[in-house]
Design a protein around this ligand. Structure first.
Ligand SMILES: [Zn+2]
Length: 263
């Protein structure tokens, strides 16, 4: 599943092409919005909040709506010149937007809706690690309010802070030298939050996700996807485990603390 940095980059890419464009054709292929027609409207901005994407549209009558989407597991947005062959089968398209000879297609979107109050869709989210209004103190306070939750699970809880996904949680825990199974209450939370912000910020415009600072293929990450291989720091074998139904990678020497039963 894409993480906050990926959606941030996607929003920037779409914004570059679509901001200020007037929609000439819109086709929503989900039942609830099938009758919605935003043609004639002007896209004022494309932006991300956590892993949520918003295309703000000023309609011809002056009213404002936002096309809210979330990629979830399989989703993708593609933008191309009109007439270009689509990168996925037509039946997987959930929305087609055209502005002159530019076409944007959202495929397999986990969420697609047209909202007059977009803020409500993300009101449940914690501070956005890549937002203009990023608030580390609030993120720390939110995490601190769940002292008994495993820190690896808390990092993925978008209500506490928004943007961390499964790759980053393993990398953040490694860099903080904490077990992802450690109680959140036992972790240096300001440092954890600072590392989370730094990793997402550094990766917001990169095409390859990198946490080690080494942009060489196969050397970009510390632990994620590296089970049974030696830790880059201490040589201990990295183990792969499960936390809240999603994989997590750990160096047990660098990250002392509680371990999962299966580890
Ligand atoms: Zn290690």
């Amino acid at each position: 599943m894409p993480e906050g940095d990926t959606i941030y980059a996607l929003a920037r890419r779409l914004d570059k092409v679509l901001a200020d464009a007037t929609l000439t054709h819109t086709d929503f292929r989900v039942p609830r919005w099938a009758l919605t027609d935003l043609s004639g409207g002007r896209i004022t901005a494309v932006r991300s909040v956590g892993k949520h994407l918003f295309m703000d549209v000023e309609r011809r009558d002056g009213s404002r709506v936002s096309i809210h989407s979330h990629l979830k597991m399989e989703g993708m947005w593609d933008v191309h010149r009109l007439g270009t062959r689509w990168r996925r089968p037509g039946h997987t398209a959930r929305v087609v937007l055209r502005a002159g000879d530019t076409e944007a297609v959202g495929f397999d979107l986990g969420v697609l809706e047209v909202l007059s109050d977009p803020a409500a869709a993300v009101a449940h989210l914690g501070p956005d690690l890549l937002g203009d209004d990023w608030n580390p103190d609030r993120a720390v306070a939110n995490l601190a309010a769940h002292p008994d939750t495993a820190v690896g699970a808390a990092l993925l809880d978008q209500r506490l802070l928004a943007g961390v996904g499964n790759v980053f949680r393993s990398e953040i825990c490694f860099l903080q030298r904490v077990s992802p199974y450690a109680r959140t209450g036992d972790v240096d939370l300001p440092a954890l939050v600072q590392t989370s912000r730094r990793l997402l910020w550094d990766n917001r415009v990169r095409s390859v996700r990198c946490t080690t600072g080494v942009l060489i293929r196969g050397k970009e990450l510390w632990v994620y996807g590296r089970d049974r291989r030696p830790c880059r720091r201490c040589g201990e074998t990295i183990v792969r485990s499960d936390l809240d139904g999603r994989v997590v990678y750990v160096c047990r020497r660098c990250q002392p603390g509680p371990t999962d039963v299966g580890m």
